[in-house]
Write a protein that binds this ligand. Sequence first.
Ligand SMILES: *[C@@H]1O[C@H](CO)[C@@H](O)[C@H](O)[C@H]1NC(C)=O
Ligand SMILES: *[C@@H]1O[C@H](CO)[C@@H](O)[C@H](O)[C@H]1NC(C)=O
Length: 756
Amino acid sequence: MWFSGIGIPISILGLVSQVPLQNQNPPEPTPASMVSTVDFSFKEGPDVFSPKDLVTLARPGTGVANSAGDLLIVPVSKYSLDDKKNHKSIFIAPIESTVQPLEIPLANGGDAFWLDYRTVAHAVDEGEGKDKVKTLYALSIKYETESSTTTLSTLDTSALIGKFPTASVGNFKFNSKSDYLVFSDNVFPDGDINAVKKHDEEWENRGDNAYVYDDTFERQWDTWVGPKRSSLFTVTLAKGPGGKWILGNEFVNPLNGTGHHTPVEPFGGTDDFDVSASHIAYTTKDPKLPPAWHTKQGVYIVDLEGKTKPKELTSGKQGATHGPVFSQKGDKVAWVELDEDGYESDRGKVVIYDLNKDVRFTLTQKWDRSAAELAFSPDDKVLYLTAGDIARIKVFALPVPPTPKSSTTHPDLSDEYSTPHALTSNGAAAAIQPLANGRLLFTSSSFTSPNDVFVIRGLSEDLDSVAVKKTKVEQLTKFTADALSSKSLSLGEDFWFDGAEKKIQGWILKPPGFKEGAKKKYPIVLLIHGGPQGAWEDQWSTRWNPNIFAQQGYFTVAINPTGSTTFGQELTDAIQKDWGGKPFVDMLNGWKYILDKYPEVDPDRAVAAGASWGGYAINWIQGHPEYGFGFKALFCHDGVFDAKYNGYSTDELFFFNHEWGGRPWDKEAQAVLEKYNPANFVSNWSTPQLIVHGSKDYRLPETDGIGAFHALQQLGVPTRLVIFPDENHWVLNHGNSLKWNFEVFRWFDKFVGGDK
Ligand SMILES: *[C@@H]1O[C@H](CO)[C@@H](O)[C@H](O)[C@H]1NC(C)=O
Ligand SMILES: *[C@@H]1O[C@H](CO)[C@@H](O)[C@H](O)[C@H]1NC(C)=O
């Protein structure tokens, strides 16, 4: 996917072989860019949630409970405009009491994970330059009730557990039942983590800085692929005499010599593998297929000591697979499986492999949603999962059916066993963790809040009542509630209208203080998401946050047209070979619906913005004035200009091949390109456009932004080009994020401002 909008990735690329802009003598700045920091300012104030607030608001990660299910840890980072630094902490919060969470600042950052129910491991870089390695410490937590007061504190000092051979280790997963720590690192072809530093030095001193390729991926997402690839490692981690935690010094690479690489680049992490008392289950790209034009991934298990070869659990006929998890007993593995190789947005079905019976079966064949994360209940009777559903990401429960006699993709399952039941209704849930006593921990964000941790109580493992049980959702943390309390963010209102072929949903976020009945008062913005297989969801975003647009005074409309996810596979699939077709009928119908329904909106002060596929949409709208949207200014971020050339230049070639119906030279794709390539309609372009592109965007190379800029400049259309030399398909750096917002709102204000 070409991720843009909210949390989801999108797929396109950039040219790094070009001399990066920052290494050249910078051209003389034009007068426009010299005054760019003084000719506009954000709406700000105690009751406004401004881009500065977005950049400096705490960014909580996801909550993880300890084995006792009474405490959780959450990493939180917070950027400061004063020292221009990102400050990291972990918070320890109780699940069963009202004691205030405990903040443990991490001066040098690092990762934290549970060792036992009162000990947190902290992995942090130590040493400089070549001597830098990751070091592991144990941090003891005191959580006690004496008479009527409960206290939560930590011992001041943390105890050294051990050192890793490199600083680049990460993705730690510890199963105390096995006394093995599993983690990942990038290693050279010899698979030896102890040799990484030596080889790094040889590589750096090779006398040139060329990269040489005989196969794809030569580069992916934002990185030129070097000689190292990801692998998993295991090492013993257990309490020694005297109760002291000790990290072993034998680092085993159980994937050595298999051609398997996990976590899968570029987004893979701890979701790509799981650890039982004796084994690792993992997903990896098929080592025999060229990665750039295949999505196929297999699921394997291998023993923790790497004594036996990995065993494949998938059938070999699947497309991508994601998120393998063990049952609590370790006798089953479940994962999400897509049917079609080459299509990353195919429906994600739940598959279980029964390791005792050697039987694999698909559960959600009848369910028209894509599962994301999976987790078995404490007694393995229920599978919990998250899935996108009508522009939310909900938690669902599905009873685990008895294993069939033989492997099958279409087992005969009653609805009870094939249709998950929703346990939440709003927000975007992640990091589900079933706990004892009918509880399930999860982390959720929404349009109005970044992540907080929640617990569902009252879950039943009694199969008959999964659907009807009276569960209760309780919020455990409030990381940003105080900071946001005076800001009156919009919850987002759903609206539905008739699209090209189906009912289409969109969101409205009204500006604060919106007055019903006021005539033509508000400027309006249409936000177009990326993907195109993605969605505007009830979810927090630090990049494209619809409330930021609303808070700057725009009546904000975010439509989920054809191609969007969470509304069923047919709507998602229907954009294939139709990029410039149905989605624009949908968006135009939605646009008319809004303008008819809201006289408060000024149609003469309308603008539109999109990234990635949303940027394609902006360039497409430029070429089609007959739509009559009436936009006075447009904003295209990392968008497609020449779709045909993208078919050659993007990193993930499977994406183009699927979307356009073939490779760029195939007849069918050529015909679709002829119809729907924005570059074919440049002669119609006339609307002022801001173009922003990241030079490390290898998904959709910066030349697409530059090409559109050159076209508009020659046509004499007001244009501004903003290049971020260090950003990929997303603008992530805090300072750059603020600059992004500044340029966007400055641009719109120039053409539709006036309410000042
Ligand atoms: C990996 O396997 C190769 C043989 O395929 C062997 O030479 C090498 O020592 C192994 N490395 C590790 C770290 O086990
Ligand atoms: C847009 O451009 C195309 C190709 O140059 C042209 O055929 C078409 O008539 C134009 N449409 C409008 C509305 O100007």
